[in-house]
Design a protein around this ligand. Sequence first.
Ligand SMILES: [Zn+2]
Length: 188
Amino acid sequence: MKCPYCDAENQSRVISTTHDLQGGIRRRRECKACERRFSTYEKVLRATPLLIKSNGEREAFDREKLIRGIQISCAKRAIPAADINELVDRIETHLQNMGRDEVSSRVVGDMVIEGLKGLDPIAYIRYAIVYLGLDDLASVRDMLNTLLAEQNSDTPAANVSSDASAGPNEQTPDAAQEHSPEAAPTAD
Ligand SMILES: [Zn+2]
């Protein structure tokens, strides 16, 4: 703490401390060197870390961009906008709670994948194909088989089993075709 008048470092003593309704702390201080008074204000800032992309670039967390990417994967699926918002809220809070300056963008992508898995299997598959960079049918089939195996061992919800009953071989070409470059979710 530097005195704004005489620049003396760490010479101030606190005369009074007040907490305001916004969670901030105001401290009235007096400089021991020049005896002048000033105030400081402390507030916890919940910063969202920068995302480190796979190519090393840093990018600010962009809530709207993330929502758009997820919405593309959710196109024509019966997924309430509130669920997507809630997922993005969860991701943002998680990032902030990490308390870091920078984190791998994979943290976001992995959370979207996990979130969509619980929301809608088709949206999950669309997102996963792009995010995991699955560029051949065999990889897509492997992912679908893993997903189906997980679903069979988890809770077989009614809507899940009807989608799953089509089988991976019938779904795979559709899912792959619906992914056009301009519609790619921006998970990276
Ligand atoms: Zn001073």
